[in-house]
Write a protein that binds this ligand. Structure first.
Ligand SMILES: [Zn+2]
Length: 227
């Protein structure tokens, strides 16, 4: 499907938000589903619309290059499969939290969007860890990993209620690595990683406008436009 830019006449893909030639916003299916305030916000702040699936895929991709796992292997002297899984959940949580703080979201759908994002992130982690190892094979264990991941996400929220960064660090290590191997070194390392992720990704996530999963077909856009 194709459409013409109403400003300059350029032939565009039907899913396009912006004209590839004059770079002005063009009518699109997503804008028909958003309220006027949201559209104004997107245009004025030049935000890029994302679905939870798309942003989750981006985060999972970033986690592939992470050195956190390797670093903690050195510090802690070997991690179990469960600890490795927790670490991935923790790393995704660092991004999830950054997105929660920095990204704009469709009006009155914030909670739904963040819940979907959490579930997409966990599904992505479970999928990528089952690719890497043969530990996770069955539907059933994938289901229980999803449940464990959601539980860990809830518990990680407590980090923000801790009275000091030191206690927050200890709490993190206890949840992610377990009390027995939670040394001060890796506690501080985990907390620093959380803070660093929030800081380094802030600008990127502030440029995102999150919509609901079925608000637009992002797969139609990926590969055809530089998002
Ligand atoms: Zn144009």
């Amino acid at each position: 499907m194709a459409k013409n830019c109403p400003h300059c006449g350029q032939l565009l893909d039907d899913a396009a938000f912006k004209c590839s030639r004059c770079e002005r916003w063009v009518p699109n299916e997503l804008f028909r589903r958003l309220c006027a305030e949201d559209i104004t916000l997107i245009k004025n702040s030049d935000l890029t619309p994302f679905t939870p699936s798309l942003v989750a895929a981006m985060v999972i991709d970033l986690l592939k290059d992470s050195s956190l796992n390797r670093r903690l292997q050195e510090v802690g002297g070997g991690l179990s499969g469960k600890q490795e899984f927790n670490l991935l959940v923790f790393e995704s949580y660092c991004h999830f939290n950054g997105i929660g703080h920095s990204a704009k979201k469709k009006r009155s759908c914030r909670d739904t969007i963040m819940h979907t994002l959490r579930d997409k992130l966990l599904a992505g982690i479970i999928e990528s860890s089952s690719e890497r190892t043969s530990r996770i094979k069955h539907e059933e264990s994938m289901h229980s990993l999803g449940r464990e991941g959601r539980l860990l996400y809830d518990r990680l929220e407590d980090v923000w209620k801790m009275p000091s960064p030191f206690e927050a660090s200890e709490h993190l290590a206890s949840m992610v690595i377990g009390d027995e191997q939670a040394t001060i070194d890796n506690a501080v390392y985990l907390f620093t990683h959380l803070m660093h992720t929030l800081r380094s990704m802030e600008e990127i996530y502030a440029g995102i406008f999150l919509v609901e999963e079925d608000d637009f077909d992002w797969q139609a856009l990926v590969g055809r436009y530089a998002l």
